[in-house]
Structures are given as structure tokens and as C-alpha cells.
Design a protein around this ligand. Structure first.
Ligand SMILES: NC(=O)c1ccc[n+]([C@@H]2O[C@H](COP(=O)([O-])OP(=O)(O)OC[C@H]3O[C@@H](n4cnc5c(N)ncnc54)[C@H](O)[C@@H]3O)[C@@H](O)[C@H]2O)c1
Length: 111
């Protein structure tokens, strides 16, 4: 167990890559904090892991939300050993026009 007794925060941990990291870290013995703005999914995942892990509501775009996360984890877990940042919109949603979904067809190039 590479992460035995370590406290690890995973932002964006409720789904996708973050969720996979949460699960792997838990399997490696960490106490994992699932920090995500999707609070229902984050709480369900933390509960499914069991003892020692928990979720905290987080919006990484808001400093006060980040400050609260750090304070809550420090109080509940006694410190922070690892931070993994996965919270963000998917890359596709950042580069594609708002009316084109990640799996939609791209508009023709303007040459
Ligand atoms: N999936 C890929 O192939 C891929 C490849 C390269 C990079 N990435 C990057 O990795 C990251 C995660 O990708 P993913 O595919 O797992 O995405 P995802 O959408 O499955 O998961 C992102 C998670 O972040 C949370 N989130 C979004 N905005 C948030 C905010 N403001 N505050 C707190 N939580 C927030 C979402 O609720 C979600 O649980 C993204 O930044 C993405 O751009 C993904």
C-alpha cells in the first residue's frame, strides 16, 4: 500500500479521470477526499469507499470555496499529504463553439 495513512484531495473526483484516481488511491490505502461541485456524485462515491474517506463541496473557480476545502480537510483529517487537480471542464468544451458538442461535427474551416 503505497499511500497508507496519507490524506489525498482529488478535485473533480466525482467523475472521469478524477474518479479513477480516487478509487486507485483508496485501493493504495489513502484517506481520499472527493472534492467536486457535483456534491451528490461526490458524496455517493466517498460513501461507497467507506471508512476514512469523505466528500467536500468545491468550486475551484472560487477562492473562498478552496479555502473552505483546506480548512475542512485539515480539521477532519488532520492535514493534507497529496493534492490532485482534475476539476475542470473537458478540453472539448473549451475549444469547441458553444453550439457544438464534444461528439458533434466540427464546423467547416474558414480558409
Ligand atoms: N478525458 C480526457 O481524455 C482528457 C485528456 C486530457 C486532459 N483532460 C483533462 O482532465 C480533466 C478531467 O477530465 P475528465 O475527462 O475526467 O472530465 P469529467 O468532466 O469527467 O470530470 C471533471 C470533474 O470535474 C468537476 N468539475 C468541473 N468544474 C468544476 C469546478 N469548477 N469545481 C469543482 N469541480 C468541478 C466535474 O463535476 C467533474 O466531476 C479536465 O481538465 C480535462 O480537460 C481530459
Amino acid at each position: 500500500m503505497k499511500l497508507a495513512d496519507k490524506v489525498a484531495i482529488v478535485t473533480g473526483g466525482a467523475s472521469g479521470i478524477g474518479k479513477a484516481i480516487v478509487t486507485r488511491f483508496f485501493d493504495e490505502g489513502a484517506r481520499v477526499v472527493v472534492a467536486d461541485r457535483e456534491t451528490g456524485a461526490a458524496e455517493a462515491l466517498a460513501k461507497s469507499l467507506g471508512t476514512g474517506s469523505f466528500s467536500v463541496a468545491l468550486d475551484v473557480t472560487k477562492q473562498e470555496s478552496i479555502d473552505r476545502l483546506v480548512a475542512v480537510v485539515a480539521e477532519r483529517a488532520g492535514g493534507i499529504d497529496v493534492l490532485v487537480n482534475c476539476a475542470l471542464r473537458s478540453f472539448a468544451s473549451l475549444v469547441l463553439p458553444a453550439n457544438v458538442g464534444p461528439h458533434g461535427s466540427l464546423p467547416p474551416p474558414t480558409l
